[in-house]
Ligand binder design. Structure first.
Ligand SMILES: [Zn+2]
Length: 450
């Protein structure tokens, strides 16, 4: 039995059944007939065994008859962590996948993002994406918004109201040749970032925090990157951006920043690589650049759907893990067409298998490893692993109640199967119909209460 030293809160809920999660040492740990107590503050108070029910009920002062019992087709798993998603791009998700990155940005992304100056439009799209991701099991999301401060604040407000844990970034960009009205001056970008951070922090949302967000090196002058590095440092904030996604981009960064030794060095010189940084993609990073990620504690977000959909590249996750760089998964809506992290799990396995097809010596990722990337790995990549990512006493209860045999769901169980197989089936075949309840910090956020 594992229990908390500090028992200041009363027990709010106790669940009994199968729990699956990852630890730093084990990609998949299955706890059968477990008893998990969640306190009224939303934190895991104890993790014990079903046979310890009477003892635990006395120690923690709950009534055994109030325990919620899962069925044999159900399990709890940690909520999934989307380490990279563009909330405004949800408005065209599932379309516009016919161009490489830089042309795609000019043709589809910038004109759409420019519309988010309209707060009503922003509110409508942002409500849809937060609801859609929550329903699909994303309990933590690291969002890009747009350059518009007030609309970005609306995204933070919606995440808070619907109960999602979120990092929200007002996008910064003072370079844009193609859509001239969709950019800021360097000074505006800095001042509006300061205002965004101050106003969002001032709301004191318990689970929603600002993240400093230079779009990527090609959209920012060095002066802006330097200022954003300083803002993040002075406020001890998270940082997110993109790196080394496609070959044309990598080449242009080299031309635009001739003084820098590498793409990674462009950010490093501006103090943008810290242990609270997450960079999307990294398909073309050299071993030296990966070493710099590890040394600075910066993380990568692997976005396999996007990398394939925009024909950007194939990240070798095994090599990233070998370099001990923190790594999570991202949907990268809408370069990635699905907002569901289950899709990211499947596409990550696909990409790893493509690498094995090309090189039979490649060590293919197992589904257990990909499960860890979607949960604990993501929380580590966002430096939120003291709060979420797996089931540990003292962490917040961020969890999905999964019923693999949900009525009208996509999975048929033909026989009784062990919990590991239930998880594998859910990851490969399941969808939101199987996710019967979603909890963030102990609060039930799905099904929605109107
Ligand atoms: Zn992106």
């Amino acid at each position: 039995m594992e229990t908390s030293d500090r028992r200041t809160e009363a027990i709010g809920h106790v669940y009994r059944g199968t729990f699956v999660h990852s630890t730093p040492h084990t990609a998949l740990q299955v706890l059968e007939d477990a008893l998990v107590g969640v306190d009224t503050g939303g934190k895991i108070a104890f993790i014990g065994k079903g046979q310890e029910l009477n003892k635990l009920s006395q120690t923690f002062g709950f009534c055994p008859s109030e325990v919620t019992q899962l069925t044999q087709d159900e399990f709890f798993m940690p909520g999934m962590v989307d380490t990279h998603i563009h909330a405004p791009q949800y408005s065209y998700a599932g379309t516009a996948l016919d161009m490489p990155l830089l042309q795609w940005l000019d043709t589809y992304t910038f004109p759409v993002e420019a519309r988010f100056k309209d707060l009503e439009f922003a509110k409508s799209v942002y409500t849809q994406i937060v609801k859609r991701t929550l329903r699909n099991g994303t309990t933590t999301a690291c969002y890009f918004a747009t350059i518009h401060t007030d609309a970005s604040l609306v995204l933070g407000q919606i995440a808070n109201e619907l109960g999602q844990r979120a990092l929200v970034g007002k996008v910064c960009m003072d370079r844009n040749k193609s859509v001239k009205h969709y950019k800021e001056t360097t000074q505006e970008s800095q001042e509006e970032t300061d205002r965004f951070i101050a106003e969002l922090l001032n709301k004191k949302y318990p689970l929603v925090k600002p993240v400093v967000t230079p779009r990527f090196a090609l959209s920012c002058t060095e002066a802006l990157l330097e200022q954003l590095g300083a803002i993040a440092k002075n406020n001890n904030l998270h940082i997110q951006s993109h790196i080394s996604e496609n070959t044309e981009e990598v080449k242009l960064v080299k031309e635009l920043f001739p003084e820098s030794e590498s793409y990674t060095d462009v950010y490093h010189k501006c103090n943008l690589l810290t242990n609270k940084t997450v960079m999307a993609h990294g398909c073309y990073l050299s071993d030296e650049e990966l070493d710099l990620f590890r040394e600075t504690g910066a993380a990568l977000s692997h976005c396999p759907n996007s990398n394939t959909s925009l024909c950007s590249g194939t990240l070798n996750v095994r090599n990233v893990l070998k370099h001990k760089v923190k790594l999570g998964l991202g949907t990268d809506v809408a370069g990635g067409y699905s907002a569901s992290m289950l899709d990211a799990v499947r596409r990550a396995q696909d990409v790893s298998k493509f690498l094995t097809i090309q090189d039979p010596g490649h060590d293919t990722l197992t589904f257990e490893e990909v499960f860890r990337l979607a949960t604990l790995g993501g929380s580590q990549a966002l430096s939120l692993d003291t709060q979420t990512g797996n089931f540990e006493v003292g962490k917040d209860f961020d969890a999905l109640r999964v019923n693999v045999a949900a009525a009208d769901g996509p999975i048929d169980l033909t026989q009784k199967v062990e919990p590991k197989i239930l998880l594998e089936k859910f990851l490969n075949l399941g969808d939101d119909r199987n996710i019967v309840e979603v909890f963030v910090a102990g609060r039930k956020v799905v099904p929605f209460t109107e």
